[in-house]
Design a protein around this ligand. Sequence first.
Ligand code: AHR
Length: 661
Amino acid sequence: MKNSTITRFALCSLLLSSICANAQKTTLEVDIAKTVTKIQPTMFGLFFEDINFAADGGLYAEMIKNRSFEFDKPLMGWEQPNTKRSSLNMQSGAATPINVSENKTNPNFCRILINDDKGYAIVNEGFRGMGVKKGAKYNLSLKAANPDGSIKKIIFQLIDKDQKVMGETSIIPSSKEWKNYTSQFTAAQTEAKAKLKITFEGTGTIDLDMISLFPEETWKNRKNGLRKDLVQLLYDMKPGFLRFPGGCIVEGRTLSDRYQWKKSVGNVEDRKTMINRWNMEFSHKQTPDYFQSFGLGFYEYFQLSEDIGATPLPILSCGMACQYNTGELAPMEELDPYIQDALDLIEFANGDLNTNWGKLRSDMGHPKSFNLKYIGVGNEQWGPDYIERYKVFEKAIKAKYPKIIIVSGSGPSPDGEHFDYAMKELKKLGAELIDEHYYKSPQWFRENAARYDLYDRKGPKIFAGEYAAQSVSGANPNNRNNWECAFSEAAFMTGLERNAEVVNLTSYAPLMAHEDAWQWTPDMIWFNNLEAYGSANYQVQKLFSTHKGTDLLNITRDGKPLTGQNNLYASAVKDVNTKKVMIKLVNTASTSREITIGLKGSKIETKGSLTTLASAGLQDENTFSEPEKITPKESEYQLKDGKAQISLPPYSVSVLKLKIK
Ligand code: AHR
């Protein structure tokens, strides 16, 4: 046969098989009375990491970048537009960072010398600008010292990109010593790229530090709070857990820049600012102005978990820096401080007020325990060095807190030498919960829906802790949050759910990205300084987590689970509290598909609902201009003769919700 004939022949048979698959009606069976296993309430959760400006510049609502002048370049983020020379060849003013080395955690402040009345200003650029909304109030706070009383007033203005003033307030720096000042202003217009301009009345010297600006409206209107729109997106998912603070940020590029939770609690101004390890990680996406203020620290992570109804799941360094970077190791005989950090964290979360760390939690505003049940030892470590360290952590944690469940890691890949080694060793050690990570192609996700079908039911439980379909390849800046990736994840997620006996926790990663300051894509939620939207992947995650169920049911065709035969995937659950049955169906074919579901075991109300997420194009995406292009549509559904007959659209994820009588 000539090539063109072969191609025509192949096309015809493909077409024929697809017509046949769709012409035949597919009949599925669900036994509502038979619980296969209980589903953990933690089944679908969230992975948060400060990557892509997700914390500073994102979830953490602080609008001033480098508020305490502690970046490596202390004036980074601060412009001085009017430092032109006057006729006397004098600068109109100048800002000089001063380091008071006896203050160990916040040593720098800014000394400003005003020479004349030529309009010296210092301007903060925010995190790629500041998002302000017309009519909204903004709370300003700062520390100032006016040593010789010569500065009469400090004026703060929100300016737009054309320098127009959109809001103004001022303070009188009344003390020679350091003193805290607060004020508030209201924005006269909406602007995504506002800046804060500071000018002065009088000539002389003034010292400034901790210059901070927050919207008054934060999540629960908390001071030092979080962006309300972003938390709302998380809350709406009803997540089972919140993993924090990462990711590789836990490990650091070197051990000295690992995440140390103790440095992230207590007074906000005493939390030592540190570089963010993602700032220069990728040559294609450098963000040298990416630092961690720790204004969003461990107390705030626990509080956020509680607010959104999620079980907290902190992950700590195990004395190994990121093996993609230095792989620096804390020697075994020097592991104690790392282990102590883990023990103290449990005390911080759960300890009573007579304990040191429990008292700190209470002093910070939360006398009640945060009810910590899980702790992660290391993030994405691999090799014998990890296993050796894990053993020591496990022994120490279990000796003091036998009920705490320890999360161990299986490395960066769901297969291969490192993975196999970790699984073998962790199983031998009787590990309770193993974290698996997969950043793979959409096809991999479709082909691996049966991944856990053969996992040992008596072995360790699985935490699918980081996963996302990559439209191009892992860590590639051209990856997109497209519909093909999202529905392929949905197909895979039916496999996670079908295996709830083994898989206890799952989370998409990473969670958030700033439109103008990201390093890694794809990401579940995209935001800029004013707006945020959930990607198609977010919609898939939300559909699963809001239809989670308490009990797993079997859904089969000819007695077999649906793991992609003819592009069809399915899982079924019931919620014994609400008496709902929820059936998830994923059609990854380009054609629609007729399904009949036979329901046995319980009587069902004839009226239910059908929620469908679908989009015609594989490359379709939600965007800032079309944030709801791919969004669930819910309609009433009527059972016929006790059976469900459904037409699944091409490329679709559907949830059929029925009520048990
Ligand atoms: O999610 C982004 C990164 O991917 C995480 O920090 C790391 O654990 C993984 O390699």
